[in-house]
Ligand binder design. Structure first.
Ligand SMILES: [Zn+2]
Length: 87
């Protein structure tokens, strides 16, 4: 078995409470679970107005999780998005 620990990048997109601009945060985690990240405050800074502070993941407008295997991404066979709109 050559199964190394899966890693994921969590990307959060917030709306700045000061100016309404976009504020992003990203971090590599071994957790794919959204809930753990959603439940913790993350340090953010707005590039637009300079505001900085902690925001709860829960309050993000969007939360993406991307498989992140560093330089070796061969486990991703295709680059087609197979998660089409399910609505
Ligand atoms: Zn701002």
């Amino acid at each position: 078995m050559d199964e190394r620990a899966e890693r994921y990048v969590h990307v959060l997109l917030f709306e700045c409470s000061q100016c309404g601009g976009p504020v992003t945060w990203a971090q590599v985690s071994e957790e794919r679970n959204l809930e753990k990240v959603d439940g913790q405050p993350v340090p953010c800074q707005c590039n637009n107005c300079g505001w900085s502070g902690s925001l709860l993941g829960l309050h993000s407008r969007q939360h993406w999780v991307e498989p992140w295997n560093g330089a070796n991404r061969r486990s991703i066979a295709d680059h087609d998005r197979d998660s089409g709109p399910s609505a």
